[in-house]
Design a binder for this molecule. Structure first.
Ligand code: NDP
Length: 285
């Protein structure tokens, strides 16, 4: 079997086209979504992610602004800035680009953002809402993964989904979303003694480790759906995922590549969340 490739770049482009129309209609009703990105310091990777977000936002008609702060900005100054953005009626979505300099608590920053403007979906209130199945901002990468599966009508209900990785931004929430869709979910991590024993039983395997080629064809079941979240830069400069793509694609039914996989979907979902923020979340009962 040779797997069908789920191209996230093409799918994200398609989704952006749909959002462009949606934004035009919103503007006719006087709603102009605006995203504010806060960038602290001059990490080149962060800067390039922020540029990608600005470009994608502009493409769908979402206005954006970037607040650049020096690396030695104090935690208090950053929190004050976020409070100001929380109060600003012209700002619908706030995203603070991570990682932050060591002297600033990321968790404090995340918890300071108004949950109604938390388009990254990292605030504990939004994570909680996701867990109990309420309307919320889903974290962008897990949301992108779910959208990729749904775009190919891949059945999730009743399937055994295995997630490798348990970070707060990818592993844990993607498992929760799959559970919400009625999959039976198993999490693996660095202390899982026999990874292959678990991965070889997965109908859907989500790999979010951050190390190249950890998963090979021998680790998967025939016909498995393989989602590779990892982004690793090899010494050659080439980008690669956590999965040995060439070998695994001969055994899987669907697979996502790196690049052109989950990455572009993450940005598309950020824009979806920004539109949702402009419209307003449904209040809790
Ligand atoms: P983290 O480093 O926070 O988490 C990695 C997880 O992998 C941890 O839970 C860790 O276990 C587990 N792990 C590490 N080594 C192994 C191993 N050998 N076997 C099994 N599990 C292992 O990373 P993130 O979740 O933030 O990101 C994961 C990858 O996804 C990275 O490459 C990142 O760049 C990429 N990424 C891609 C995005 C996209 O848009 N495509 C968005 C976000 C991230 P333990 O908890 O025990 O330490």
């Amino acid at each position: 079997m040779t797997a069908e490739i789920i191209n996230g770049k093409d799918l994200a482009q398609e989704i952006r086209m749909g959002m462009k129309e949606e934004v035009t209609q919103l503007k006719e009703r006087g709603i102009s979504p605006h995203l504010t990105v806060v960038l602290v310091g001059d990490n080149p990777a962060s800067r390039s992610y922020v540029k990608g977000k600005e470009k994608a936002a502009a493409e769908v008609g979402i206005s954006s602004s970037v607040i650049e702060l020096p690396a030695d900005t104090s935690e208090k100054a950053l929190l004050d800035r976020i409070h100001t953005l929380n109060e600003d009626e012209n700002v619908d979505g706030i995203l603070v680009q991570l990682p932050l300099p060591k002297h600033i608590s990321e968790q404090k920053v995340i918890e300071t953002i108004n949950p109604a403007k938390d388009v990254d979906g990292f605030h504990p209130v939004n994570i909680g809402r996701m867990m109990i199945g309420e309307d919320t901002f889903l974290p962008c990468t897990p949301y992108g993964i779910l959208t990729m599966l749904q775009s190919r009508d891949i059945t999730i209900e009743g399937k055994h989904a295995v997630v490798i990785g348990r970070s707060n931004i990818v592993g844990k929430p993607v498992g929760q979303l799959l559970l919400n869709e009625n999959a039976t979910v198993t999490y693996c991590h660095s202390r899982t003694p026999d990874l292959r024993e678990v991965t070889s039983k997965a109908d859907i395997l989500v790999v979010a480790i951050g190390k190249p080629n950890v998963i090979t064809a021998e680790d998967i079941k025939d016909g498995a759906v393989v989602i590779d979240v990892g982004i690793n830069r090899l010494e050659t400069g080439k980008l690669t995922g956590d999965v040995d793509f060439d070998g695994t694609k001969e055994k899987a039914s669907f697979i996502t590549p790196v690049p052109k996989g989950v990455g572009p979907m993450t940005i598309a979902m950020l824009l979806k969340n920004t539109i949702k923020a402009a419209r307003g979340l449904e209040p809790l009962e």
